[in-house]
Design a binder for this molecule. Structure first.
Ligand code: PPE
Length: 305
């Protein structure tokens, strides 16, 4: 999806003009994929633009860096404030927010220890990742021929730049074959997640979502949806999901910051009832919550100003 520029990008402590936010071609992360990032959304609320669960996203950025052994030269509070400043500088009521901590120019080679960590935060308007009608119409999924990373190859719990080559391979394979998105299986054959979303499947009236041990990212939307499902009286279980569970699901959906809640209408050409009643209720509850209309979770709406 094309990027629409906004006035400023936060880079290493200051807001710079969009076109000035540049790096050298010998930037370490450009060569080795050695960076970590986040995907966050700001939504219009009655009190002004609010960044959904900003603190948890910034904390996850630091956890990703810790897993890779990088030091981010700022505190969590400093990057929370920097993200708020960047969102406020756009003048937009809602936008996507992309913080990136990358290893900069000056060192080359696989030893990351001497490298400096730099941080950039950019915002731009971004529609729902899988289309605005993805809840009603649903997305056509393919089980990828690409396997999700194993915990001892590329830790899936870290949102590492290089991890996403695996996701891109799966995404492009699915698109070229005429599908909308791919489902990725762990090396043991169990369902992990999608290329940029977590997955939920309804079986025997209960919602199932794979555990982190299956190679899924610890999704903040997955956590939000779990709370909302429990509030709505739906039973949610974190459990292993087999490929065949997908084929006979009563309903299924993906969720993530960029994709929000999107229905799945088929997996490998096995139709899944769509949109399912739990999916519809959860999509509605999710959108109300991010827009600050759910009093129980007001603390998740972190105002930009
Ligand atoms: N799994 C993966 C692999 C993933 O990339 C994301 C977010 C999730 C699960 C859901 O996590 P959360 O956003 O905390 O609920 N993917 C980000 C990037 C997507 C992209 O296409 O780029 C996002 O949704 O912002």
């Amino acid at each position: 999806m094309p990027i629409t520029p906004t006035p400023k990008i936060w880079m290493n402590g200051e807001l710079v003009d969009w076109d000035q936010a540049q790096v050298h071609v010998l930037t370490h992360t450009l060569h080795y994929g050695t960076g970590v990032f986040e995907g966050i959304r700001a939504y219009e609320t009655a009190e002004g633009p609010a960044i959904f669960r900003l603190t948890e996203h910034i904390e996850r950025l630091f956890s990703s860096a810790k897993i890779l052994g990088f030091e981010i030269p700022y505190t969590v509070d400093e990057l929370i404030q920097a993200t708020k400043d960047t969102v406020a500088s756009t003048g937009l009521a809602s936008c996507y927010v992309r913080p990136l901590a990358y290893l900069g120019y000056g060192e080359m080679g696989l030893n990351t220890l001497p490298c400096s960590t730099e941080v950039a935060i950019a915002c731009w308007p971004w529609g729902a990742l899988l289309g605005d009608d993805a809840v009603q119409k649903g997305v056509r999924m393919k089980i990828s021929s690409w396997t999700r990373h194993d915990h001892n190859t590329m830790p899936p719990a870290a949102k590492t730049v290089g991890n996403y080559v695996n996701s891109s391979l799966a995404k492009v394979e699915a698109l070229k074959a005429g599908y909308d998105e791919a489902i990725m299986l762990a090396p043991n054959g169990l369902v992990a997640e999608c290329t940029g979303e977590n997955i939920f499947v309804a079986r025997q009236g209960k919602l199932l979502t794979p555990p982190l041990s299956a190679g899924a990212l610890e999704g903040i939307t997955q956590n939000t949806v779990t709370s909302l499902a429990e509030d709505l009286g739906f039973e949610v279980r974190v459990d292993n999901i087999a490929r065949s569970d997908l084929y006979i699901a009563e309903e299924a959906f993906v969720c993530g910051t960029a994709a929000e809640v999107s229905s799945i209408n088929s997996v490998d050409e096995r139709d899944i009832p769509c949109p399912g009643p739990m999916t519809l209720a959860l999509s509605e509850a999710y959108l109300a919550t991010v827009r600050g209309e759910n009093p129980k979770y007001k603390s998740w709406n972190e105002l930009a100003v």
